[in-house]
Design a protein around this ligand. Sequence first.
Ligand SMILES: C[S@@+](CC[C@H](N)C(=O)[O-])C[C@H]1O[C@@H](n2cnc3c(N)ncnc32)[C@H](O)[C@@H]1O
Length: 449
Amino acid sequence: MNFHILTLFPEMVLGGLNTSIIGRALKSGLISLEAINIRDFSNNKFNKVDDYTYGGGAGMLMQAEPVYAAYKNVEDKIKPEKKKRVIYVTPQGYPFTQKKAKELAQNDDLIFLCGHYEGIDERVLEEIVTDYVSIGDYVLTGGELPAMVMIDAISRLVPGVLHNEISAETESFHNNLLEYPQYSRPEVWRGKKVPEVILSGNTKEIEKWRLEQSIIRTKERRSDLYVKYEESIECIDALKKNKINYADIINLFETGRAEIIHKDDSQILVQDIESMNYFYVVLDEKAKACDVLKLVEQRENQKSDFKIVCHDKKASKIIEQYFRGNVRKEEYTQLVYTQKNRLTIKGMKHPKVDVDNSVILNQEKILAKANICTNDLTVVSSICVDENDEFNLFDRQTILTALINYYLDLGIMPIFWMKNDDLAYYDEAINKTYLYEAREKVNIFFIDK
Ligand SMILES: C[S@@+](CC[C@H](N)C(=O)[O-])C[C@H]1O[C@@H](n2cnc3c(N)ncnc32)[C@H](O)[C@@H]1O
């Protein structure tokens, strides 16, 4: 992840972000950071970048051209195939949330534009900005602190930055709950004891207590979040009636990635906030599908294409009819490894799976890169990073096995989507039953407007 900050005070952001966990991530190269001084792109001899506002009013405004020139200087260096966003930090933006942090963390390059004085000439904002984001309903003197806040929150979601991937998954806002109270040594502090259950060593009981505390705390402090939590529990209960079929969507809820767009007794529509793919479930015949799909269209009105994932025949039919002429269907099979035990890897050398899901045979050689299915539409069987390598069936089986073990170690249910052509290929190759018990069709609809 590369961060680029357009600012009048580069030393402020560089100084502030170069310490502790983020500083370490910068040193190790997991993230990179550059601060571009907008003043260097001023076109007058006094290095002035601000002027009076037309129409009167107090204060000065940052002019369009120096901002644009600074932006172009950064943009020209970013390869066109990279995923990038340009964020103007402003009190007029959408509120910055953990969800927004997750969404932005999916990009390769993030350009932050920091305003000062009264802000920035509207015309350059219209020209370059993709996201307007605010850190709260108050006005600061400049955008440097908001940009630093956002970069800190996004960086800790970059694989490897926290070392322990799970820790970002269990914190506040995960699954719309605030985190439970925590305690460290000593057991008694000024007469206050650590709750007995925490000291019991009984992991199940501790987990139960923590969930209860999270619920109580969220209800008391953030009733708005609690409503969302209740709604997600209702969705999970409905989906669990067909647990294997909807394993991927349940996984989205359990890892805090599902945003409910619509839910009623007969249908559920959620969006994966990381891949931005929609998942549409029709639970019974009464579903008023058109209204729900209209919601998707409204949300996507700026984008030319998006994807909807479907497991049910009824839902698939509805999508095909609604988007007639603009929709392409790809058929996959969802394979779910439902056992808890790790698999043994026979033959070859033992591959290691890295934090970014690369299966690595040794230090240099990457065998394959795969994503848990809901991350993206990548499929384990069709991925070979090194084009020159001929992978035989045995290698592919080993890669799959390594990935299953990796996800199990992380406490994530291994779910894969495989192209139906590849499946026959695997049937021959894998003389095991471990994926066979949970095989369901999944359709992916590519909507092109
Ligand atoms: C004094 S503010 C300008 C406020 C502007 N006149 C308005 O009313 O929207 C200067 C800059 O600080 C940044 N800023 C101030 N408050 C912010 C907030 N709550 N979230 C994000 N950025 C903020 C923005 O980049 C803004 O351009």
